[in-house]
Design a protein around this ligand. Sequence first.
Ligand SMILES: [Zn+2]
Length: 110
Amino acid sequence: MDNAEDHVVLCRKCFKPIDRKSDLVVTFQMFRVLPYHHQCYENMLQTPGAGSMGSRIDGLFGTLGAMTGPVIALFLIARGLPVWLLVIACIPIVYRAIAWFRYEKYLGPS
Ligand SMILES: [Zn+2]
């Protein structure tokens, strides 16, 4: 069984441990879920030519965004659109769950 004390979440920019959930930013980038320090993420966003940082998938807005897709898909399916639309709309929920199981659940609340 995974022990929270044994699991270290490392920032993908500076490779130092992330200790608190409030300092964690999880992004979805090139089909990967990557953790960063909040400050490292902000610095990379402000660096010209840094390329795409991916979209942030953690926090309240990440959770709400992940839940919005399936609700809209259900509405559209009820109006006659194909059911496979729901599968595609659930992909953000899968990535949100991966972020929680791989990183967030091991960190303290603040
Ligand atoms: Zn960092």
